[in-house]
Design a protein. Structure first.
Lengths: 62, 191, 266
């Protein structure tokens, strides 16, 4: 999995977004308007249609 | 199994106590088990330690807030007697501090665990390179009034074992003693 | 390809053999137009003194006791474990050997970095001697790791020794040594050079490559390369690691060289 930019199509919460993308248990960070955060600490946060988010996977090596 | 191995820097304690040893490899030493143990016991006696031989640890003495304030012991042969006549009262020994140096069994800590004051993690797998330093770094007071040293530390915190080598046991004991002294000085029992 | 603003290097009690200043010098040479700053202990840099106990407790609570059981937030650390972590945070000990949940550890470092510096334009790299692992849902067990790329990236000097597998013969012989109670130092000596060991003199050279993996993670979103001779190769064996970081005739493959050339032309 690599960094992915997405445009939100309709108003929803972060929880709904990661659920729809099947990323609820994936190790990721999200970036929105220059702010990077952990989705599970912002589940109730509302995002709006037109918002551009970047999904940043955390990658382990070795 | 007549030899004990000691990794650096544990040989410092052998030097202090006059225990003869040989160098096997860089950082690895061997000593005769009986000679080393007898010197350790003798130096403990010379320092004023009183051994209660043929006794078993039975229980803890606890005070307010579950503070450990001593141990309850009994004479070992009591456990070998017929059950019908083992009504020999145990003996409570009160103290400012208790040090659990009972090894893997961590008997004193386990007794505290039985009473719900602590939860031990069970010692981890063998990791020779890392375990000795970790034992020394985790040596200390695990519960008010109770200091743990040696393999009891590994059992309590789930640290890895180191296999048949004993340097950390000596150094952990030294650290435990230093912590005990600080606590006693802090309680103004020793000037 | 993303623009990079700055690289920050931290020392969370990494092995004494690791020369972080040398890694900084290397990165400055490879990333001509990107500033590189060495910041030392991340907790000393960001954390207020009155928060040390709080963080010590948080770190102690993410210890992994059993590699077959996933970490749970209900784990309650013991007093002695918290005291040990305080010593680690304050740089009073480098005794490593505790296993941590890697993602939770990274999250704790993330919390410490101020919000204004949490961006992929800044590459935060924490060199640590903490051993960490990540949970594999398919195998239902933890796997020790060398590095975890994110914000920050964490690279473990203990993980470098323990995570990539040593030669097969080593494990077979070790089993025999353990059964016979023989000293493992002797075993290690007979495989000398075949794997990176604690305080290995080759450690700094190897870590340069892992630092670049963190850089490329921020730059292009992927820290790794399939080319076994490229420093970005994700080695799972010590043999592969040594080849990619030390023995290979080239540092980076053509593709990653091109990225670097493009970055340095900005």
């Amino acid at each position: 999995m690599s960094t992915e930019k997405i445009e939100v199509k309709e108003d929803k919460t972060i929880k709904e977004l990661v659920g729809e993308m099947s990323l609820s248990s994936a190790p990721i960070l999200l970036e929105l308007d220059g702010e990077i955060f952990y989705p599970d600490e912002n589940y109730d946060r509302k995002i709006q249609a037109g918002n551009r988010l970047t999904v940043i996977p955390i990658i382990a090596g070795g | 199994m007549n030899k004990v191995t000691i990794r650096h820097p544990g040989e410092r304690i052998l030097d202090e106590l006059g225990i003869p040893y040989k160098k096997v490899n860089q950082g690895l030493f061997v000593a005769d088990g009986p000679h080393a143990c007898s010197k350790l016991i003798a130096s403990a006696c010379d320092s004023g330690v009183k051994f209660a031989n043929m006794t078993v640890f039975d229980d803890l003495v606890l005070r307010e807030g579950g503070r450990v304030a001593g141990v309850v012991i009994n004479w070992t042969p009591v456990s070998a007697m017929p059950r019908e006549i083992t009504c020999v009262d145990p003996v409570a020994l009160e103290s400012e501090l208790v040090i659990d140096a009972t090894g893997h069994d961590a008997q004193v800590v386990k007794k505290l665990e039985e009473r719900g004051f602590i939860k031990t993690k069970g010692f981890g797998a063998m990791w020779v390179e890392r375990s000795e330093d970790l034992i020394i770094e985790h040596t200390g007071e695990v519960h008010p009034g109770l200091i743990i040293t040696g393999m009891a530390v590994a059992t309590t915190y789930g640290l890895p074992r180191m296999g048949p080598t004993f340097g950390a046991m000596l150094l952990s004991g030294e650290v435990g003693a230093q912590i005990a002294l600080e606590k006693l000085r802090g309680n103004a029992k020793i000037k | 390809m993303r623009r990079l603003n700055r690289v920050f290097l931290y020392d969370d009690g990494a092995a004494r053999a690791l020369k972080i200043e040398e890694i900084a010098k290397y990165l400055r040479k490879e990333l001509i137009k990107v500033g590189v700053e060495v910041r030392g202990n991340p907790f000393a840099f960001y954390l207020l003194q009155d928060k040390v106990s709080d963080y010590a407790r948080k770190i102690a609570s993410i210890k992994i006791q059993d590699a077959t059981k996933k970490w749970s937030s209900e784990q309650e650390p013991l007093y002695g474990e918290i005291e040990y972590e305080k010593k680690m945070i304050l740089g009073k000990t480098r005794a490593s050997g505790v296993l941590y949940d890697g993602l939770e550890l990274q999250r704790l470092f993330f919390e410490v970095i101020p919000g204004r510096e949490r961006s992929l334009q800044f590459v935060h790299i924490v060199f640590s001697n903490r051993l960490f692992a990540t949970w594999d849902e398919h195998e239902r067990r933890y796997h020790a790791r060398v590095n975890l790329c994110g914000i920050p990236s964490i690279i473990s000097t203990t993980g470098l020794v323990e995570a990539p597998a040593k030669p097969r013969g080593y494990y077979l012989l070790r089993q025999q040594y353990e059964m016979l109670g023989k000293d493992l130092l002797e075993l290690k000596n007979s495989f000398k050079g075949a794997f990176i060991d604690y305080e290995d003199l080759r450690l700094t050279e190897v870590m340069k490559g892992y630092a670049m993996q963190s850089v490329f993670y921020s730059l292009v979103g992927d820290p790794f390369c399939q080319d076994k001779g490229c420093r970005l190769y994700n080695a799972h064996w010590q043999e592969e690691l040594i080849f990619a970081q030390i023995e290979s005739e080239y540092e980076f493959c053509q593709r990653h060289m091109s990225f670097l050339e493009e970055l340095n032309e900005y």
